[in-house]
Design a protein around this ligand. Structure first.
Ligand code: CP
Ligand code: NVA
Length: 348
C-alpha cells in the first residue's frame, strides 16, 4: 500500500471527511473524562485509542503556531505517543540539508510528519520523499486541519443542526459534551483575504451541500492552483464570488474571516490594510447586508481587530474559542487514522 498523505481536504472524499469528523467527536467524548479527576464510578472508563503507543510524530514547523502545535502535542499524548517539535532554528532543514534528505531521515525515525511550511511546494516535496504519512499543518495554499475543526464546531452547535435543536445552555457553556448532528444546508459567507483557510473551505463546503458566498478584493482572488481543484471537484457551482462584502453576507448563517496579513506577508501590510478597507466584519455590515438574524461568526485565529471588531469577536455570535478547542479533537482523529491506522482511512 502506498503511503497516504494529506495536503488539503480536496484529497478526501465527503465520506472520508464525515468519518474523520464523527471519529473526532467520539474521541472527544471518550477522552474528556480522562482529563479531569475521575470519580470512583468512573474507574472503568473506556480508554481513548492508543494507536500511537511507542510511536513518535515529527512536527516540522517553519512558522509560528499556537493552536496547531498545542493541539498536535496534546493529541499525541492522549493517543499514547509523543510529538517531537522541530522548529526551523532546531534542525538542518533548509540551511544545511535538503527537503529530500530531511524527509527520509526524519521519516526513518518517526511514524508520521505534521508539517507547517512556507510555499506549498515544500510540503509536496516532503511528502514525495517521506516513508511515512505527511499531514499539512498549514502551507501557503491550504489549512485542512483548521477546516475540519470548524466543521466539527458547526456539527456540535444546535443552530446549524438539521434537526433544528434548541440552543442548549449547558453545551454552550462546555458543561456537557455537545450533541453531534448532521448539518442543515447552510449559507456560509467569507469576507476577507483569499488565503489557506478559505481555500480548504472552497473545496469542502460545497461538496457537503452548503453554499459559499465570498467577498475578496479583485486582486486577492484564489490562485489558479486552488481554483483548478475547486473546479475539478465541481465546487465552483456552490460558490458565489463578489468584491462587495455586503453582498457576500446576504442570507448568511455563518460569517467567517481570517487575517488580512498571513504569516510571510508582513512586507505587504501597508498595502493590504488599504486594499481591505470596508471588509471588517461588524454587526453593521451584517445588518446592512441582511445576514440571517441569528448568524454566527468564526475565525481560525490568531486575530487582529482589522478584520473583525471586538463586538462580534467577543460577542454571543462568536464560536472562535470552540473552534480553537476543537483543533485538539480533530488533530487526534487525523493522527489516529493517518498515523496510527492508515488502512482504515484508505478504506472508508
Ligand atoms: N489557527 C491556527 O492554525 O493557529 P496557529 O497558527 O496558532 O496554529
Ligand atoms: N491565513 C493565516 C492562517 C493562520 C492560522 C496565515 O497563513 O497566517
Amino acid at each position: 500500500m502506498s503511503v497516504p498523505h494529506l495536503m488539503t481536504l480536496a484529497d478526501l472524499t465527503p465520506a472520508q471527511i464525515s468519518r474523520i469528523l464523527a471519529h473526532a467527536h467520539s474521541l472527544k467524548k471518550v477522552s474528556l473524562p480522562w482529563l479531569g479527576p475521575r470519580t470512583k464510578s468512573q474507574s472503568n472508563l473506556p480508554m481513548p485509542s492508543q494507536s500511537l503507543l511507542n510511536k513518535s510524530i515529527a512536527l516540522i514547523f517553519s512558522k509560528r503556531s499556537t493552536r496547531t502545535r498545542v493541539s498536535a502535542e496534546t493529541a499525541a499524548v492522549l493517543l499514547g505517543g509523543r510529538a517531537v517539535f522541530l522548529g526551523k532554528e532546531d534542525i538542518q532543514l533548509g540551511v544545511n540539508e535538503s527537503v529530500r534528505d530531511s524527509a527520509r531521515v526524519i521519516g526513518g525515525m518517526c511514524d508520521g510528519i505534521f508539517a507547517r511550511v512556507g510555499e506549498h511546494e515544500e510540503i509536496e516535496e516532503l511528502a514525495k520523499y517521506s516513508p511515512v504519512p505527511v499531514l499539512n499543518a498549514l502551507s501557503s495554499l491550504w489549512h485542512p486541519a483548521q477546516v475540519l475543526a470548524d466543521i466539527l464546531t458547526l456539527q456540535e452547535h444546535p443552530y446549524f443542526s438539521e434537526k433544528g435543536l434548541k440552543e442548549d445552555a449547558d453545551a454552550a457553556s462546555h458543561k456537557t459534551i455537545p450533541t453531534f448532528s448532521l448539518l442543515r444546508p447552510l449559507t456560509i459567507a467569507y469576507v476577507g483575504d483569499s488565503a489557506n483557510v478559505l481555500h480548504d473551505m472552497l473545496v469542502t463546503y460545497p461538496r457537503l451541500g452548503h453554499q459559499m458566498r465570498v467577498a475578496s478584493p479583485e486582486k486577492y482572488r484564489a490562485p489558479k492552483q486552488v481554483w483548478d481543484r475547486v473546479v475539478e471537484l465541481g465546487c465552483d457551482k456552490g460558490i458565489y464570488w463578489t468584491a462587495d462584502p455586503h453582498e457576500a453576507v446576504h442570507g448568511a448563517d455563518l460569517v467567517v474571516t481570517d487575517t488580512w496579513i498571513s504569516m510571510g506577508q508582513e512586507a505587504e501590510k501597508e498595502q493590504r490594510l488599504k486594499d481591505f478597507q470596508g471588509y471588517q466584519v461588524t454587526e453593521q455590515l451584517c445588518r446592512e447586508g441582511r445576514a440571517k438574524p441569528d448568524w454566527k461568526f468564526m475565525h481560525c485565529l490568531p486575530r487582529k481587530p482589522h478584520e473583525v471588531d471586538d463586538e462580534v469577536f467577543y460577542g454571543p455570535r462568536s464560536l472562535v474559542f470552540e473552534e480553537a478547542d476543537n483543533r485538539k479533537w480533530t488533530a487526534m482523529a487525523l493522527f489516529d487514522l493517518l498515523f496510527g491506522k492508515w488502512d482504515l482511512l484508505a478504506k472508508s
